[in-house]
Design a protein around this ligand. Sequence first.
Ligand SMILES: [Zn+2]
Length: 190
Amino acid sequence: MDPRAVDPTAVSADAGPCPICGLDPRTVKPPDASAALRSYPRRYRRLLVRVDDDEGARVVTQRPGTGRWSALEHGAHVADVMGAVAKAVEQVQLHDEPSVDVGVGAPRTAAVDEVLDRIRTECDGLAARVDNIEGRQWQRHGWLRSGPQVSTMDLVRHAVHVGTHHRRVVEEVMATVLLGPKRTGNRTTH
Ligand SMILES: [Zn+2]
């Protein structure tokens, strides 16, 4: 896990504004959530597609340091988390107090277009699910494998936070890579 990623065991903690991206997940309401999720595919496209830039490929695929993810890997992670949250929301809606998990493995590397396609598919899928949740369904809950209880609202807020959070981190990563030394390979070893 990249140290700048959102902790998947802190979904229900809602401790206030995130120190990295500034979002306070508690302030996200259902209609905002759907709109935010639908905005991420084009926002990540704007960040990750750098056609006019000679340095584009390097900036997107180079890791900024040991144990850190590239901008593209952060994008792949966002797609993974959206998929995991969609699954967890489905479980919580279908079953009483299921055990759920929104943790994901290391991001799989792929071409930029492939990662962007996955972000679109997963964000749209989750947004469509969110649009169908109403009233008391938002309070249906499950339990994270790590212990705490999580409501449907907590899960959806986590997804919105992850989408916003990694946009900020991607900008940081790209700035670090642009300032740092050029490397011969397109990624560092780890
Ligand atoms: Zn954040």
